[in-house]
Design a binder for this molecule. Sequence first.
Ligand SMILES: O=C(O)C(=O)C[C@]1(C(=O)O)C=C[C@@H](O)C=C1
Length: 364
Amino acid sequence: MSEQRPTLAELRQRIDKIDQDIHQLINQRAVCAQQVAEVKKAEDPTIKSFYRPEREAQVLQMVMQRNQGPLAGETVARLFREIMSACLALESPLNIAFLGPNGTFTHAAALKHFGHAALTQPLATIDEVFREVEAGSVNYGVVPVENSSEGVVNHTLDCFMASSLKIIGEVELRIHQNLLVAKGTQIKHISRIYSHQQSLAQCRKWLDAHFPKVERVAVSSNAEAARMVKSEWHSAAIAGETAAELYDLTILHANIEDNPNNTTRFLIIGTEEVPASGDDKTSLIVAAHNEAGALYHILEPFYRHNISLTRIETRPAQNDIWSYVFFIDFEGHQQQPHVKVVLDEIKARVREMRILGSYPKAVL
Ligand SMILES: O=C(O)C(=O)C[C@]1(C(=O)O)C=C[C@@H](O)C=C1
């Protein structure tokens, strides 16, 4: 005889029992995290941050590797992200500054990286985020660095030239843009569309097709655009879902970005160096000599030691109008012997080299 399908009541009973077990286990985990805090304090009584980026990356990587479904690896990793965030808050909550206002993609990146138990503080400019982290009034900062369709955020790179802060992590965020309006606004009412200029650019073709005659107004951030349309019944904003939720706006059209793979990369900045996680990146600033083949001399050791570059950007040096500096990201950690060899070789070939940091590759 075939087995009978369980009833709804039986399945719910089973779920209740599983929830009870998960609940108990999460609290057991939290107690372990509290004990970890005691060990860390005993090792270093002046400890300022209990956050361990390399360990968090390893925990998330293990979650992804052992996952057998039916839930997707990323979905389960996001749940563990929040569990770790809550456990860390028990040790001591993290203060995170980000390029605000609330509701921007940088806000979403900060929450994606640190989870919702972190205390987040919006700041008006990238310089201010650097300054607050340098001053020690927050533990870490989050700033945008490059967008897959609009390119690099030059201002962030320039801030590194004038700062001794380190990169301690990276976040990649799929950017979905939406057309938002205040409750009651209809498409026929819209005479103006506000957004940050990068977001307007990311939706250019969609806007040309759907609103060719409507005025496009660039404002300081997407979240600011969302805030403005809250009280303007004839306007719309282009912004992410976080801004729609924050300002209680209606999404008239979702996912209006021209490139469906539109991704923005953000950097986490701090003051400490991060030990190797096993899957890391390193970022450098290099000022080359003004001579033929200067870039070749910098890149050649990477080729010879079989190290993959993930990005290279050029910026004018701030102290010498005819010179350029290179921002180089590559795979590996500065503590690995083959990376050390390459870094020593490059250092001997350039005017100046600064390691911005080695940090775990984005897991989520
Ligand atoms: O392993 C640690 O060092 C912990 O503090 C525990 C834990 C975790 O919950 O797994 C919490 C915070 C750290 O950032 C890393 C991991």
